[in-house]
Design a protein around this ligand. Structure first.
Ligand SMILES: Nc1ncnc2c1ncn2[C@@H]1O[C@H](COP(=O)(O)OP(=O)(O)O)[C@@H](O)[C@H]1O
Ligand SMILES: [Mg+2]
Length: 425
């Protein structure tokens, strides 16, 4: 590859061209032109690094020639050769940026060589600068591109995440309402199961009260015509009837109170109450069902008082879910094994200290396999044909909300112990 710089030299005098050629041919690639047109022609066809032109030519001045040089040679270094008398024009040309240097004629080799070398060096530096600048601009552009892509990606990811988040929030809201609906339906199911037995339970005392009232009416009529011992006897009987009727009414109202206690919409804020009132009301509701299923209930309470701040309605649902499961477990054992007169039994015991109260529901039902035990708290897990599978999951939610624990011990075929531990705070 020829690494010599290319120089175009334009001069109308052939001798000048010859001297120039003789002086510089070793050092540069020379293009010699005798007129501006020839010069332009060369520029069109060859790469040229440096243009040297004479100012005084017959048809055109050097500066005019330089003005005709096409745009793509704008950066090519130009040197003007002038006579002394042209200096003002030349200075003007320099100022207007048409030439980079000028050399007065007649030139000597040393001076012209120096100017050519300096000009070429300057040109080289300029080109290098331009190249570096271009590279810098390219890199910048690339960086900007990457940056804006990055911003776009980050934006997009953020938006995606936000969208997902909204979806999740919506799903969570839906889940919460579904969950509370489920809790409610589980409660209704229990109430449905209980209602027949509760009807019985209410009918008994009401029948009893009716009887007492009939007796009262009769005795009261007789009392009006009675005297002496008879009158005293009747007055005593009336007193007893009133007392018994009153007891019957109290029983009914207790059942109704228990029902209200159980069915109450779960209160949102914990409040202070005796947890035993909840346990006893729940048990009262179940007494008819237990009786109908030939299941005996044993209470083994350490105390009758334990005040805790809690969601008591929710805790009652926990007790009722566990008792329902215990009844189911006993019935299942009876049916699967075709047992006759099986003494089904549920024992409810409590122990308490300053820190917590433990309530254990022990049944002698079917018990649980490892598989059942592993899944018991999973929502919708059920081994029953008509089961909802959410009873125990509700229990766990409620107990967790009270920072408590549910502990299960079970022996397949023999029964289960389910212990609810609630901290007293
Ligand atoms: N005391 C218990 N004895 C035996 N199995 C039980 C007992 N309690 C719960 N289980 C098992 O756990 C499952 C889930 O109970 P639960 O969440 O209350 O739903 P469901 O009663 O509707 O099936 C029951 O189907 C049953 O297999
Ligand atoms: Mg259940």
């Amino acid at each position: 590859m020829n690494r010599k710089a290319s120089i175009l030299y334009v001069d109308d005098e052939v001798e000048n061209l010859e001297v120039f050629e003789a002086t510089f041919w070793r050092n540069y690639n020379l293009h010699l032109a005798q007129s501006a047109d020839e010069g332009l022609h060369i520029l069109e066809h060859y790469p040229v690094n440096l243009i040297i032109t004479d100012q005084r030519m017959p048809n055109i001045t050097g500066i005019e020639f330089l003005e005709k040089i096409p745009e793509r040679h704008k950066e090519t270094v130009r040197i003007l050769l002038t006579g002394f008398s042209d200096i003002d024009t030349v200075i003007d040309a320099v100022n207007r940026g048409k030439i980079n240097h000028y050399v007065t004629k007649p030139w000597n080799k040393a001076e012209l060589s120096r100017v050519i070398e300096n000009s070429l060096e300057m040109h080289r530096i300029k080109e290098e600068n331009a190249y570096l600048l271009q590279q810098l601009q390219l890199s910048n552009a690339r960086l900007q591109n990457i940056n804006s892509n990055l911003e776009g990606t980050v934006d997009e990811r953020t938006r995606e995440l936000q969208e997902k988040n909204t979806l999740l929030e919506e799903a969570f809201e839906k889940l919460k309402t579904t969950h509370s609906k489920l809790i409610h339906s589980e409660k209704l199911a229990t109430l449905g199961m209980l209602s027949a037995a509760i009807g019985h339970e209410i009918n008994n005392p009401i029948g009893f009260v009716k009887g007492q009232i009939a007796m009262l009416q009769r005795n009261f009529k007789e009392l009006q015509s009675a005297s002496g011992e008879d009158k005293v006897r009747l007055e005593n009987e009336i007193g007893i009837s009133i007392e018994e009727a009153n007891q019957g009414i109290i029983q009914v109202s207790e059942i109704i109170r228990s029902l209200k206690y159980f069915a109450g919409e779960g209160q949102l804020k914990p409040y202070m109450a005796n947890i035993y009132s909840g346990i006893n009301s729940t048990l009262k509701l179940f007494s008819g069902v237990l009786y109908d299923n030939h299941i005996t209930l044993e209470r083994n309470f350490q105390s009758e008082e334990c005040n805790i701040e809690a969601l008591h309605t929710a805790l009652n649902q926990v007790f009722s879910n566990i008792i329902t499961n215990a009844i189911d477990a006993i019935n299942e054992k009876v049916t699967t094994n075709n047992l006759v007169n099986f003494p089904g039994k549920i024992v409810i015991s409590t122990t308490q200290n300053d820190e917590e109260i433990l309530i254990t529901f022990k049944d002698n039902g079917i018990g649980m396999t490892d598989d059942v035990l592993e899944n018991i708290f999973n929502p919708f897990f059920t081994t029953k044909n008509e089961g909802s599978g959410i009873g125990m999951s509700i229990c766990q939610d409620v107990v967790n909300e009270h920072n408590g624990k549910i502990n299960i011990k079970t022996h397949p075929g023999l029964g289960s112990d389910i212990t609810v531990a609630i901290p007293r705070r």
